[in-house]
Design a protein around this ligand. Structure first.
Ligand SMILES: C[S@@+](CC[C@H](N)C(=O)[O-])C[C@H]1O[C@@H](n2cnc3c(N)ncnc32)[C@H](O)[C@@H]1O
Length: 284
């Protein structure tokens, strides 16, 4: 039964029921996040102000947000915000929404860097810039560069880099990396597109309808970008350079083989917090 007044409590209840009936699992949290976003308040304020009356304009705007969610648009794109490594990133549908698995990748790199300073690090396929911006926040005195093929993504990454500490540039993988970085990188890090083209159609609507295909599509067998990195990294890494890559949970052996075939022998696989193979570390 619908609740029929214009209080926060009532409007929220109706929105939750709508989302629940549309099988949106996180219906309660989503309804609250969207109302907080609209009113620009914290969630606790919704409880404290449960009896506050919303204006007709506010209700109309809220209904628009709920309707977007009913169409499966991710909350992060509706609110233009996603948290990663404790940092708020601006996101829209030109960039992948940063995933928790990628935090494991960043944490590994932070551990590896330790107290080392003046390292030169390249993030390939940077998207929102979540990887290099996190490294820049949690480690000192790094020289970080980051590339993406998408200009729209790069504009968002630059907007997220509020301390202006990263050199972002447009490049189709290794093609436009400035010559001065040849044999000069300490670390290459990447979370490239790694989904097989034929699998993309089977993904949830929230992903396949809203996230950029260019951020998902790892081409025919999902391994295209690992081959690119394996074929070219040796020209850019220092002799003791290292590569950190996020992979799909079932790609570890294939990615390992790609690097073995290219003469790399020091390869290890790390798991994510769910216990799935998620990261490949390759050193020269
Ligand atoms: C899986 S997303 C990763 C985004 C971000 N690094 C993260 O972890 O959330 C892959 C990114 O690769 C970029 N990309 C796709 N093809 C590329 C190419 N040929 N060269 C460089 N970047 C590419 C996409 O634009 C997208 O931003």
């Amino acid at each position: 039964m619908n609740c029929t007044n214009n209080t926060i409590g009532c409007i929220l209840y109706n929105a939750k029921m709508l989302l629940k009936n549309s099988k949106i699992e996180t219906y309660s949290l989503d309804a609250e996040i969207l109302l907080c976003y609209l009113l620009n308040v914290d969630r606790i304020m919704l409880v404290i102000n449960n009896d506050m009356i919303l204006s007709n304009d506010q209700i109309e705007e809220y209904n628009k947000l709920i309707n977007r969610r009913l169409l499966n648009e991710p909350i992060a794109y509706i609110t233009n915000k996603s948290e990663f490594m404790g940092i708020d990133f601006y996101v829209n549908n030109n960039v992948l929404i940063p995933r928790p698995e990628t935090e494991t990748l960043v944490e590994l790199v932070i551990d590896y860097i330790g107290e080392n300073k003046n390292l030169t690090i390249l993030d390939m396929c940077t998207g929102s810039g979540c990887i290099p911006i996190s490294l820049s926040k949690y480690c000192n005195n790094l020289n970080i560069l980051a590339l993406d093929i998408s200009e729209d993504a790069l504009n968002i990454a630059k907007k997220n880099d509020i301390s202006n500490s990263i050199y972002f540039f447009k490049s189709d993988m290794f093609k436009n990396i400035p010559k001065k970085y040849k044999n000069n990188l300490d670390i290459i890090i990447s979370n490239p597109p790694y989904i097989e083209t034929s699998v993309i159609d089977t993904l949830g609507e929230n992903v396949k309808k809203y996230e950029p295909i260019i951020a998902l599509d790892g081409k025919e067998d999902g391994l295209f970008f690992y081959r690119e990195i394996s074929n070219n990294a040796k020209y850019f890494l220092k002799p003791k350079g290292i590569i950190f890559l996020e992979i799909g949970y079932n790609q570890a052996q294939n990615v390992k083989n790609i690097f073995l075939d290219n003469g790399f022998s020091n390869i290890s696989i790390k798991k994510d917090l769910s216990g799935l193979d998620r990261i490949v570390v390759v050193s020269r």
